[in-house]
Design a protein around this ligand. Structure first.
Ligand SMILES: [Ca+2]
Ligand SMILES: [Ca+2]
Length: 185
């Protein structure tokens, strides 16, 4: 994955990030280089200035789906009416811009995706069809679009919770690869 972030803050700033729900067996926390093992539970500490919240690491509704083109090779499938959330700890507060990466196979009605931070709406987007012309049904689940600048959140020192949900659409849902919080300028 290409690093798009400039290291403008000390790495210690992000050293204590932690996602709840990483206690499942075999999560890899005890194997390999520290950065790899932490990334396996949903935090990319290599991208200074960002929290990478993998869809598959969220808690709540929806299933983890294997997708070779996804970050972490998995997504989280959310059907209309389903919500999933991430709770994470930050050592220091700050303002972060929110972006997301998703797939949505099929050209029917399009899902709307909404994000809330500590029960306050952040913003959302319409999940466009990612099945390109000529693809077979289903192939669009492995084609991803990134939505920048969904909104901003003020991360606080201590515990923070971000929630994502889907409404509407074609009945087949939308798959969330990740949501990223990038330190705002
Ligand atoms: Ca859909
Ligand atoms: Ca992912």
């Amino acid at each position: 994955m290409t690093r798009k972030y400039v290291s403008v803050v000390p790495s210690i700033f992000f050293a204590a990030l932690f996602v709840h729900g990483c206690n499942q067996p075999g999560s890899g926390m005890d194997a390999g280089p520290a950065s790899d093992s932490i990334a396996a539970v949903g935090i990319d500490v290599g991208a200074a200035g960002a929290f990478l919240l993998e869809g598959e690491a969220a808690s709540g509704s929806g299933a983890a789906m294997p997708r070779s083109g996804a970050s972490g090779a998995k997504t989280r499938l959310l059907h209309a009416g389903e919500e999933a959330s991430w709770s994470f700890l930050a050592m220091v507060g700050g303002r972060y811009a929110v972006s997301a990466r998703y797939a949505n196979d099929g050209g029917g009605a399009l899902e709307n995706v909404q994000l809330t931070f500590e029960n306050t709406p952040v913003g959302g987007f319409t999940a466009e069809n990612t099945r390109a012309s000529g693809m077979s049904p289903g192939e669009g689940w492995n084609v991803f679009l990134t939505v920048p600048d969904i909104g901003v959140v003020d991360v606080v020192e201590g515990s923070n919770t971000l929630t994502i949900g889907a409404t509407g659409g074609d009945g087949y849902g939308v798959e969330i690869d990740w949501v990223k919080l990038s330190l705002a300028d």
